[in-house]
Design a protein around this ligand. Structure first.
Ligand code: HEM
Length: 151
């Protein structure tokens, strides 16, 4: 498998098309997450612009691009979010679908998803729940329950 010197010198970021391809791809990925029936509610009140910028910068850091990650510590950001296994998998699938639909190189996608999977423990935390956490769900829905609750 002769790999040309040019290929070896190119980062995954460049192989994927660089910022020209990845900025709009990640903007779409973030839009899809915000509008998703399964995980969209988690992003209520958050800034699409900030999350898209931070996701782009993180991807750059992971894929050998020129942008530096300037966001908060990943474990810290997600610690207070009651993220379940299915929701982690949903985000992963949305990323995969978005990158594939845009024709990003399959090898790059594979290595990108490996970075995602490597962060799973940090996102889910040590007390990760793989099943429905009804107490957490009830607590989250309580302020919206309005007419049904006792107050
Ligand atoms: C490997 C997987 C993940 C990565 C790499 C990731 C990455 C990020 C990044 C870079 C930010 C912005 C940090 C900042 O503002 O400084 C962020 C914020 C956020 N992420 Fe994730 N994320 C992951 C998984 C998830 C999942 C599975 C969910 C929910 C289904 C989620 C929900 C959120 C929310 C709600 C915020 C905004 C938090 C806030 O502003 O306080 N993330 N994520």
């Amino acid at each position: 498998m002769a790999e040309s010197a040019g290929d070896r010198a190119r980062s995954d970021w460049e192989l994927a098309g660089g910022e020209a391809v990845l900025r709009p791809a990640i903007a779409e990925f973030v839009d899809r997450m915000f509008d998703d029936a399964m995980i969209g509610f988690m992003f209520d009140g958050r800034s699409r612009t900030r999350i898209a910028e931070m996701e782009l910068r993180l991807a750059s850091a992971q894929l050998g691009g020129p942008l530096r990650y300037t966001g908060r510590d990943i474990a810290e950001v997600h610690r207070r979010l009651p993220i379940m296994g299915g929701q982690f998998a949903r985000r992963r699938q949305i990323l995969l679908n978005t990158l594939r639909a845009r024709g990003v190189d399959e090898g790059v996608i594979e290595r990108w998803i490996a970075h995602v999977d490597a962060l799973r423990e940090h996102i889910m935390g040590s007390g990760a729940v793989e099943h429905c956490d009804h107490a957490a769900q009830a607590a989250r829905l309580a302020p919206r329950a309005g007419t049904e609750g006792s107050r």
